[in-house]
Design a protein around this ligand. Structure first.
Ligand code: GLN
Length: 302
């Protein structure tokens, strides 16, 4: 059968398929079936918003129906919508995401707000012509690093992950930035270890969303069964990654440079204490839009 024939022996419209998809997702217990069905149909048709509305009465091709069925099957099997779609919005970015990396989260968008404000504050004290330098540790999809690079152009951004698989996702996301990505560099290794030693003592901002879930914590199935454990759980206490980073952060930050870390809602006191013990000053905990402790900020004195 030619492609032409195949397209015409199937007369189901996107309107019908959209309604069917809502039904499948609803039956599977998806919390927002209407929105998710629309996103999936947008993904499959390549039409968005008003374009999709105009295209709803078009007949779907067999090939696209097969693609739709495959995505719906993944979603109804419990795979998070972000992985099913293969990309997700983070601030101004549309990031590729799959099971090699944590799904970019809205709380982390707020951590970036704090990080950018800190970077701006640090730079006020720098001499004219200073080239800003930021490091993102445990970058995953590259979300934080690439947001800093695009929203503060002219900043050199080093982005680190010990997972080669995660870095491959970050690299793909970096490639999509074009010009805005030319000052971003990727390094594979644990925390500060893969960074060139000449960066020591010169970093204006160290930002991180490390694994912080304690090993005994019960995560929702959508997280525990699908997202990479290595990006979530650092060890029994949940504080191990902060301990490792804070043990060295004073050597890498420039005087006056800022440390900004995403934390779990019950970790503010512990991480603030670790930061103070590491010799950092101005330690504070910031809340997210839900009113939960989400970010620890600290500054290298000097
Ligand atoms: N916020 C994530 C969660 O609760 C954890 C992210 C992390 O460990 N960095 O699932």
């Amino acid at each position: 059968m030619s492609e032409h024939d195949r397209e015409h022996d199937r007369t189901v419209s996107w309107r019908e398929l959209l309604a069917e998809t809502v039904g499948h997702l609803e039956a599977a217990g998806v919390a927002a079936p209407t929105a998710e069905a629309r996103w999936i149909v947008e993904e499959v048709t390549g039409l968005e918003g008003a374009e999709l509305v105009l295209g709803l009465d078009e007949a779907a091709t067999v090939r696209r129906v097969a693609h739709l069925d495959a995505l719906v099957a993944r979603r109804t099997a419990g795979e998070p919508i972000q992985y099913v779609l293969g990309h997700w919005a983070f601030r101004q970015l549309d990031l590729l995401c799959d099971r090699r990396v944590l799904i970019p989260r809205p709380e982390t968008e707020q951590v970036v707000d704090v990080a950018l404000a800190e970077l701006d504050r640090v730079l006020v004290g720098r001499p004219a012509g200073h080239r800003p330098l930021a490091v993102d540790l445990g970058t995953g999809s590259g979300a934080i690093a690439l947001a800093v690079a695009t929203e503060r152009p002219g900043t050199d951004v080093w982005t680190v992950d010990r997972s080669a698989e995660a870095l491959a996702v970050a690299r793909a996301n970096l490639a999509a930035l074009g010009m805005a990505g030319t000052r971003v560099r990727l390094a594979e290794g644990s925390w500060f270890s893969p960074l060139p030693t000449e960066l020591r003592g010169g970093v204006d901002l160290v930002v991180t969303n490390p694994p912080y879930v304690r090993a005994s914590e019960d995560l929702p199935a959508s997280v525990a069964e699908w997202e990479p454990t290595g990006a979530l759980v650092p060890g029994p206490s949940g504080l191990e990654a902060y301990e490792a980073v804070l043990a060295e952060v004073g050597d890498w930050l420039a005087p006056g440079g800022a440390f900004v870390a995403e934390i779990g809602a019950d970790q503010g006191g512990d991480v603030a204490a670790l930061a103070a013990r590491a010799g950092l000053g101005g330690v504070r905990v910031e809340q997210d839009h839900a009113g939960l402790d989400r970010t620890v900020v600290a500054v290298r004195p000097g």
